[in-house]
Design a binder for this molecule. Structure first.
Ligand code: PMV
Length: 329
């Protein structure tokens, strides 16, 4: 498969979890809680992988040479592919996000999914989509869900792959992201969830609640019951943050504006607008609503921003598709 190929560019969408993964139960980021996510078309990562005649890899992120933990993680990731004999030789990786990196906006999910797909073009044998999702998971757990895109589920287990529950075009909902903080977070999800597992007295309870939410959400999704899915998503978000807050030292990912926006969603619901809020390991808020309400929700957030709310940007997004190869040469 590698014959003659020198460069592959792949693109993947970030995904926001409606039912969250927080905690690992084994190697390769095997999750302790099952999760469900929606890929977002507006939050895309593009990665170009080029074969180089060199003895080391070159890593470039958003136009800059990768350094520190990011670089170490990427090198570790390439090592996983090499140890398994899937690829050989050295590469130049160039990744670009259409949104702020590491601000709780699932940048690693999109980045590792695009990277996995681009690398698979250099693989010695063809990989199935499930294998690709498993391999993406080694980069970041949530990344497994960006391979199928759309509405995707990642179960627990020793070596799970994400599978698509619905294609982007079938999902009647979208999300509006309110960027509260575009700075990189202080404690990465990887470190944070490991700390929670080791130190939070709520961790076990969180994994039990997570399983329950997952089952109930799967049921509610069958009839596209937005009210039920939205309520479950909010409960699940708060349960995950309860686990984060009871970690030692506590993981405070929110800002004042995060809480204000979550309350805002509740009060908008009372006026008849079906909108539900979630946050990941960061201060940004993603609002789930009907596709037909995306512009209205974005408008309301922009009005809040104009009135002085601590919102840096507003991104409305339709559901996004699977990871895909853009260019091959
Ligand atoms: O895959 P990671 O290491 O970025 O962890 C993602 C964790 C959350 O975003 C908080 C939840 C989720 O399921 O995406």
């Amino acid at each position: 498969m590698t014959d003659g190929l020198s460069q592959i560019t792949a693109q993947a969408c970030a995904n926001i979890a409606l039912c969250k993964y927080w905690g690992k139960q084994g190697p390769g980021n095997a999750p302790a809680t099952p999760s469900i996510s929606l890929a977002l078309a507006e939050l895309a990562a593009t990665t170009t992988v080029t074969r180089v005649e060199d003895s080391r890899d070159r890593l470039v992120l958003n136009g800059r040479r990768a350094t520190g933990v990011t670089r170490d993680r990427l090198l570790e990731y390439l090592a996983v592919w090499r140890q398994r004999g899937i690829i050989s030789g050295c590469f130049r990786l160039e990744a670009r996000n259409s949104f702020p990196t590491a601000a709780g906006l699932a940048s690693s999910a999109a980045g590792y999914a695009a990277l996995a797909l681009a690398l698979s073009g250099f693989a010695k044998s063809r990989l199935t989509r499930a294998e690709l999702s498993r391999l993406a998971r080694w980069g970041s757990g949530s990344s497994a869900r960006s391979i199928p895109g759309g509405l995707a589920a990642l179960a627990t287990g020793k070596d799970p792959a994400a599978r698509r529950l619905a294609e982007a075009g079938e999902v009647p909902w979208g999300m509006v992201v309110a960027l509260v903080d575009a700075q990189a977070k202080q404690v990465s999800s990887r470190e944070g969830m490991e700390l929670s597992r080791r130190t939070s007295r709520f961790f076990e309870e969180w994994t039990r609640i997570g399983q329950q939410h997952y089952r109930e959400m799967r049921r509610a999704l069958r009839s596209w019951d937005l009210a039920r899915v939205g309520e479950l998503m909010e409960e699940n978000t708060l349960a995950m943050h309860a686990c984060m807050l009871t970690t030692r030292p506590p993981l405070f990912y929110w800002r004042a504006a995060t809480v204000e926006l979550m309350q805002q969603a509740r009060s908008w619901r009372q006026t008849g607008l079906q909108v539900y809020a979630t946050t990941d390991a960061g201060a940004n808020v993603a609002l789930l609503c009907k596709r037909s309400d995306l512009a209205r929700v974005a408008q309301r957030l922009k009005r809040l921003k104009s009135a002085g709310a601590a919102i840096a940007d507003v991104i409305a997004s339709e559901p996004g598709g699977p990871a895909r190869i853009v260019v091959r040469s």
